[in-house]
Design a protein around this ligand. Structure first.
Ligand SMILES: [Zn+2]
Length: 76
């Protein structure tokens, strides 16, 4: 079990830092059209900024209990 720090984007594996940069470079209204996929289960994920307790990582848009990537406890 581990935290996801890579995802698939248009068939390429990219890091969460790269995904955050892509997201930042995309105009606000189009951000929801960016499709990042979990490299383990292929479900859509979104990049999450580093917080006090964890490094930057991906979270599934819909929680996937079958996926090998765990998701850190929510901070809010
Ligand atoms: Zn997954």
């Amino acid at each position: 079990m581990s935290i996801a720090n890579q995802c698939k984007f248009f068939g390429h594996v990219i890091t969460v830092e790269k995904a955050l940069a892509v997201r930042k470079a995309t105009p606000g209204g189009n951000r929801n059209t960016l499709v990042f996929e979990c490299i383990k289960c292929g479900q859509p994920v979104r990049p999450h900024l580093a917080g006090d307790r964890c490094a930057a990582h991906f979270v599934h848009l819909v929680r996937n209990p079958q996926c090998q990537f765990i998701e850190p406890a929510r901070e809010y």
